[in-house]
Design a protein around this ligand. Structure first.
Ligand SMILES: Cc1ncc(COP(=O)(O)O)c(C=O)c1O
Length: 394
């Protein structure tokens, strides 16, 4: 018998941290197969299926034989439709030529970071943040500088924090509004101030608006809706969350004009084009009737958020911040644990409630925070189970 080979893997890839929520999801599914009743509040995707009009449009395209690649930058009709969407809803004049369709916003993030970063450049982001952003930057051999944020700034970066942490080697700043895992927003005036501060420094500002339509108590907004915006802004968005199309893998970026050609060339090499049936589905989901159904779903999420907040408050749990968007609550569990991973594992094992440890999202408060996603309707029952569990800890 020959000796097993020791075939190497890339050092950069080997350092990639796992997405812990997937581990929790795996454990929860395993318990489910054993017959346990699990309440899923770990995964960040709507529990609703995509709308029937999406299925019909995709099927119709496929039946007509439209199953080939689209241009790399996206189906021209979809780029046009998104340009109209920005005009109609955000009063933003975005030429279709600046809209780039991608396979999920995950690809949009990778594409723009690949387009702008050199090895050893630095990207600034808040801690906690969407975890994949750190990995995308590190895969490009650039450095992440995480700024711990807390309740005093609504868990978001501010112009003041940018001024304080400014270093000349910073190439880009990444924020999300509403954010994952906190559901908090950055006020539009503040976003614009940050963009202008960074423009003066010749630095890109990547604004992830993927939870844009999922805001409560106020209308949805875009940084591009301001009358005058500097050229350093790169907006990221997706059909996954508000549009309920996670599995269709479709997102987009609105990039400055000078980046479009390089994004095109990168896309041509990295994935050729976004899925064609999905792009036809997306054309249908941007029609007024579909948008009004999505509005009803948004109201359902709002109602769930309100129920979750009151159930938690009634159980005596303190919430430091009330989420204004997305479908998450970021909860400080330091009264019960300093090991959020163990907390989540035991909660799942003992009560069947699956939630995500804060360590997925950052180092600063990760061990003492957890994320609850209200993508499940069994809200009061989940909180009751959590309350039973924490009683034995305090
Ligand atoms: C803030 C944020 N950005 C980007 C993504 C990527 O989503 P998708 O690739 O499905 O568009 C997610 C997914 O949860 C997210 O929370």
């Amino acid at each position: 018998m020959s000796q097993p080979l020791h075939l190497p893997i890339s050092k950069t890839a080997a350092q990639i941290a796992p997405f812990r929520v997937m581990k929790i999801l795996g454990q929860a599914k395993a318990l489910e197969t054993q017959g346990r009743d699990i309440i899923h509040m770990e995964i960040g995707e709507p529990d609703f299926a995509s709308l029937p009009c999406v299925h019909q449009a995709a099927m119709q395209a496929a039946e007509k034989g439209i199953t080939h690649y689209t241009p790399t930058l996206g189906l021209p009709a979809l780029r046009e439709k998104l340009s109209e969407f920005y005009q109609n809803f955000y009063n933003a004049k975005i030429p279709a030529g600046r809209v780039v369709i991608t396979p999920g916003s995950s690809s949009a993030l990778q594409l723009v970071l690949t387009a702008i970063l050199n090895p050893n450049d630095t990207v600034l982001m808040p801690d906690p943040t969407y975890p994949c952003n750190r990995q995308f930057v590190e895969l490009l051999q650039a450095n992440v500088e995480s700024i711990p944020v807390d309740v005093t700034t609504n868990y978001q970066l501010t112009t003041q924090l940018l001024e304080k942490h400014w270093q000349p080697h910073i190439k880009a700043v990444m924020v999300a509004s509403p954010a994952n895992p906190t559901g908090t927003l950055i006020e539009q005036e503040e976003l614009l101030k940050m963009a202008n501060f960074l423009a003066e420094k010749n630095c890109y500002f990547i604004v992830d608006e993927i939870y844009q339509g999922l805001v409560y108590d106020r209308p949805a907004e875009s940084i591009l809706g301001h009358e005058k915006t500097p050229e350093n802004i790169i907006v990221i968005n997706s059909f996954s969350k508000f549009f309920g199309m996670t599995g269709w893998r479709l997102g987009w970026t609105i990039a400055p004009a000078h980046l479009i050609d390089i994004l095109d060339r990168l896309g041509q090499n990295l994935y050729l084009s976004a899925p064609t049936p999905s792009q036809y589905g997306a054309l249908a989901v941007l029609e007024p009737e579909a948008l009004s159904e999505l509005e009803t779903r948004r109201q359902t999420f709002q109602h769930r958020r309100d129920r979750l907040i009151s159930a938690m408050q009634n159980a005596g749990f303190k919430l430091k911040t009330l989420p204004a968007g997305a479908f998450y609550i970021y909860w400080d569990v330091s009264a019960f644990t300093d090991d959020s991973e163990q907390f989540c594992a035991e909660l799942l094992e003992q009560t069947g409630v699956a939630i995500t440890p804060g360590t997925d999202f950052g180092k600063s408060g990760g061990k003492t925070h957890v994320r609850l996603a209200y993508t499940n309707n069994r809200i009061e029952e989940a909180v009751e189970r959590i309350a039973q569990f924490t009683k034995q800890l305090s």
